[in-house]
Design a binder for this molecule. Structure first.
Ligand code: 15L
Length: 268
């Protein structure tokens, strides 16, 4: 079992919105963090944390950073829909470097996947985590690749991964869709902590979503296996957000929301 409180934990994407939240909160749990990102770390370093600026395309740098780590939290890379050429380097090649680091260190991987792996499923469908992948763009497709990489590295190398299909991780929901997809920061932190510490996960997939009463799209996953119980519910925001919807029909019909409409060219 990995023990993130004893062995250093590498966090990629540490300077991003979720990275800074995780750095602060996981350090407060007593974890020793090695933070890395392409951009400088925007805040004072938490206790027991170090930071190294590095590009995911730099395999040697990533292997060096992972040296001695028992866990890698891979939150680095492109985190929204972008043209293929922009997604490719960080999210395919960079991802490979992160998994190679996990393999060489025998480390547990916690992979920030996304709901955009399945974004083209209609909102009328209820999905288990083993549903057909229906990415809604190049970003979502890169996360499908990432989950495939996790499965490959488990089957071939015994690298354990928890893939987190994160919904909308925000301080608070900001539109009607997020009344279903919201993942609060406290739930994000407890999810990552459980994903890092749980025993025998092989490759487990968990929907990264709070206990929102309007979440009727996603069901069966490995949350019980990793011992994670989300606590927050977006419902308190319903009065002000229920009317905030997307202008395009495809965005409102499909689970991925506005990502489905980016570059959409189907007739009708
Ligand atoms: C994601 O995967 C993105 O990283 C985030 O910025 C949001 O767009 C989120 O999905 C979402 O679907 O709301």
């Amino acid at each position: 079992m990995p023990d993130p409180a004893r062995k250093p934990v590498l966090l990629t994407g540490a300077s991003g919105t979720l990275g800074t939240v995780l750095a602060r909160e996981l350090a407060a749990l007593g974890w020793t963090l090695r933070l890395t990102d392409l951009r400088p770390f925007p805040n004072p370093l938490p206790r027991r944390a170090s930071f190294a600026q590095a590009d995911l395309s730099d395999r040697a740098a990533l292997l060096r950073l992972a040296d001695g780590c028992g866990t890698i939290l891979h939150f680095g890379g492109v985190s929204v829909e972008q043209p293929f050429e922009d997604v490719y380097g960080p999210n395919i090649r960079g991802l490979y470097h992160a998994f190679e680091a996990a393999r060489l260190e025998g480390a547990r991987m916690v992979f920030a996947s996304s709901n955009h792996t399945v974004g083209f499923h209609p909102r009328t469908e209820v999905l288990d985590s083993n549903c057909t992948m229906r990415p809604d763009g190049y970003y979502g497709l890169s996360k499908v690749y990432g989950e495939g990489m996790a499965q490959l590295y488990w089957d071939k190398h015994g690298v354990e991964t928890v893939s987190l299909r994160i919904g909308s991780a925000r301080a608070a929901p900001t539109d009607a869709r997020m009344l279903a997809t919201w993942l609060s920061y406290p739930d994000l932190v407890s999810l990552v902590a459980r994903a890092a510490a749980a025993d025998d996960v092989s490759h487990a997939i968990v929907w990264g979503v709070s206990n929102n009463r309007r979440m009727t799209w996603w069901r069966g996953d490995a949350r019980e296996r990793i011992g994670w119980l989300p606590r927050d519910d977006a419902e308190a925001w319903a009065p002000q957000l229920a009317g905030i919807v997307e202008p395009q029909a495809v965005s409102e019909e499909r689970q991925g929301g506005s990502y489905c409409a980016i570059g959409y060219s189907r007739a009708g």
